[in-house]
Design a protein around this ligand. Structure first.
Ligand code: ZN
Ligand code: ZN
Length: 379
């Protein structure tokens, strides 16, 4: 570590206030978590400015995740931060832009660059040595691997991208987990032709963002299926040409509507962002023969029953898409930057909370009273 980098660390506080899950199902505690004593080559320390809440945060805090969590952890993984210390060799981001003290960045879960999935299949979200933020014990160095914290530590193997100046903290935090997953999904899907009809299952943040991307990509129609009506209205503002409310329509009615729109064939592309296993069956029914069905929203342990013969007889291409790598973060930020005037990204941020009110924000998220609440560290 150079003298200068050492000085930066020395000028930082010794502790970071952070919202910690010590026990599943219990309220988060605001704790003083130690700052890392050293900065590894390639690592960064950031002052977190904002961190939006994801459904996964709610599931983790309640102990409902099918992933290993090494308690106690700092919750939150949709964070944006300003760089306050730069490790040796970390002077550029993953696309070659300079990273300076004060720049805002997003960063990814890690990929090692030297395993089968990183190298041979080039699917870094499947990295065998992946480390993820908010899953690691905050009593062990480097401590600050979660978003609801005044400071955060960017691991050397994390991709990182500078946030464009016209993308504010609220929208930047959307571009982390939520929007990068959508961008990765569109990459996995492949191009959408201007003649193609797209149906999106789910009117949560991912479904609404997907409506924007499908619209910008030039889909002939974009139909969002979901609830409640308020979210469907927002989906329209993001680019949906049609919406279908699952609270007031049956499966058969929805099928009839989308078939009527598509000369009886069904949509060419169906994208699933619901989190409900049963939605998979409806997706298979909706998509046209020979169409593409991509599923993103299924991360719970839930199951469903379906007829595999539907996939065969309709010759459907079923595609799974998990998380997103640094390319997807970059694409999400670029999309937001380019379409800031046209798409009302800010309307997705339904509430702003101080770190001390994180439990209230999580509770409201759980009750679906919020689409994307934001924790602001300086509020
Ligand atoms: Zn790897
Ligand atoms: Zn998330």
């Amino acid at each position: 570590m150079t003298q200068e980098q050492g000085t930066y660390l020395g000028s930082l506080p010794k502790f970071s206030r952070a919202a910690v899950v010590s026990q599943f199902g219990q309220p988060l505690e605001i704790k003083q978590v130690p700052m890392p004593e050293t900065l590894e080559p390639g690592a960064l320390i950031v002052k977190t400015t904002a961190c939006s809440i994801c459904g996964t945060d709610v599931h983790l805090s309640r102990g409902n995740l099918a992933l290993k969590v090494d308690l106690p952890v700092i919750l939150g993984h949709e964070m944006v931060g300003r760089v306050v210390a730069i490790g040796a060799g970390a002077e550029r981001d993953s696309v070659g832009q300079p990273v300076r003290i004060g720049d805002r960045i997003l960063w990814t879960h890690t990929s090692c660059g030297s395993c089968y999935f990183c190298t041979v299949t080039q699917q870094p979200t499947l990295c065998e040595n992946r480390r993820m933020y908010m899953y690691e014990n905050c009593e062990k160095p480097p401590y600050l691997l979660g978003g609801f914290s005044e400071y955060g530590y960017v691991l050397p193997d994390s991709g990182r991208v500078r946030v464009p100046d016209n993308v504010d903290d609220a929208v930047a935090s959307l571009c982390s987990c939520a929007f990068r997953s959508v961008m990765n999904a569109f990459d996995n899907l492949g191009a959408i032709e201007p003649s193609e009809h797209v149906v999106i299952q789910g009117a949560g943040p991912l479904g609404i963002l997907a409506a924007a991307v499908a619209s910008v990509q030039g889909a002939r129609s974009v139909t969002v299926i979901g609830a409640p009506a308020k979210r469907l209205d927002l989906a329209k503002e993001f680019g949906a040409t049609h919406v279908l409310d699952i609270d007031s329509t049956t499966h058969e009615e929805r099928l009839a509507v989308v078939r009527q729109m598509t000369d009886g064939r069904g949509p060419d592309v169906v994208l699933e962002f619901t989190g409900f296993p049963g939605a998979f069956n409806e997706g298979l029914d909706l998509v046209r023969r020979g169409g593409r069905y991509l599923t993103v929203g299924q991360l719970s342990a839930g199951t469903t029953t379906f007829s595999p013969s539907t996939i065969v007889k309709k010759n459907i291409r079923v595609i799974g898409s998990f998380s997103g790598d640094v390319k997807s973060y970059w694409k999400a930020l670029q999309f937001a930057s380019a379409h800031m005037d046209r798409i009302p990204f800010r309307k997705m941020i339904t509430g702003q909370y101080a770190l001390a009110d994180v439990n209230l924000a999580l509770e409201r998220m759980h009750r679906l009273e919020e689409i994307k609440p934001l924790i602001l560290m300086d509020l």
